[in-house]
Design a protein around this ligand. Sequence first.
Ligand SMILES: *Cc1c(COP(=O)(O)O)cnc(C)c1O
Length: 450
Amino acid sequence: MQTKILLEESQIPKQWYNVIPDLPGPLAPVINPRTLKPVTPDDLTPIFPMAIIEQEVSTQRWIDIPEPVREIYRLWRPSPLFRARRLEQALGTPAKIYYKYEGVSPAGSHKPNSAIPQAYYNKQAGIRRLATETGAGQWGSSLALACSMFGLECTIYMVKVSCTQKPYRKSLMELWGGKVIPSPSEFTNAGRSILAQDPSSPGSLGIAISEAVEDAASHADTNYALGSVLNHVCLHQTVIGLEAKEQLKIAGDYPDVVIGCCGGGSNFGGVAFPFLADRAAGRQVRCLAVEPASCPTLTKGVYAFDYGDTAKMAPIAKMYTLGHDFMPPGIHAGGLRYHGDSPLVSQLYHFGQIEARAYRQNACFEGAVLFARHEGIVPAPESSHAVRAAIDEAVLAKEEGKERTILFCLSGHGQLDMAAYDSFLSGNLEDYEYPEESIRKSLANLPEVE
Ligand SMILES: *Cc1c(COP(=O)(O)O)cnc(C)c1O
């Protein structure tokens, strides 16, 4: 009866799994925001190295992980797979709950899985500096870590409201050598134009992306790195699901349902895609993406072409979206406050290959506290959405008197999110209404493509 299932370092995957060849249909083209024509590799070379551009459009099912990347992965990979026996017992459920714990990375989340290869490919291409955005600070700290490992400079536009909510994430980024700029800032045209309209703007991921892209596009020695949404990011994150599969094999199990929280879709895609490959081959497995009720991209958004950012500088992609100028309420799961979603996750949802569900933050923190009291680990506010869904699946199994094997991705720990836990424990955590009116307004501003 194992509680913790570990793999050897030599079992770190040697290849990432690319879901593109196994999608239910062809992916819609990505559109250049200026020409409204499909993006060409030349459009992307000002901000991405060629190796990343190739991965973005690759139709190869398996892509080699460079050895220097695996070498750094060894610092925390393979990550452990736990069986949540004490939580199962507390719930009195016949279900088996497994969780893949990505909080063991130095940054405390799954994000270094993609930050490391992105920094590596940029270094190989002779780039000197990377610019990026960060919401809760998880991606910014992961990229600062990756840049310090490869000797690159790192500039991070951090959503202003998160700078106040998560001051220690800023410290962490600076500790790893990153330069943190609260966004919207005076350093870019995109930031200045937002500040002109609203000097007290709390910022959003969409605005911060605009600033980072502008910075990268206007400096030859600087590229841009994105921590979620794009195909290559989901690709890098598949190490999560690939390892989990091997670990479940050791346990003699296979999941009925695979769960991940979903902001831009990278940890969900990372844990779910390798199982969707089995599903494409005819195996029964459900995959469930969990999002906040206040930023309900899959469950309340539309499947349409939209800008990746607020200033309409980033490419237009076909995805589930709430509109590029949607400003989500300031929930504590900052990493889930994005108006759009991965085009891969979106297409799979559109074709009914995956499911989605939305929760309010109090329900998530309630689940996270129950989890922490039985399993010990404090979930990140983002991950608490997956925890909540896993608990609900286990309770449903109990009500139905059925066995069920549940796998969820615990995408990060919440040790730097104590302000959020404080406000939950003191009963002061606000549950925002579903922002129907502002979503309706922003959906009226989608670009006309097709
Ligand atoms: C950033 C983040 C997320 C959301 O991003 P995805 O790309 O949807 O995975 C989820 N969990 C944690 C811990 C994060 O840091």
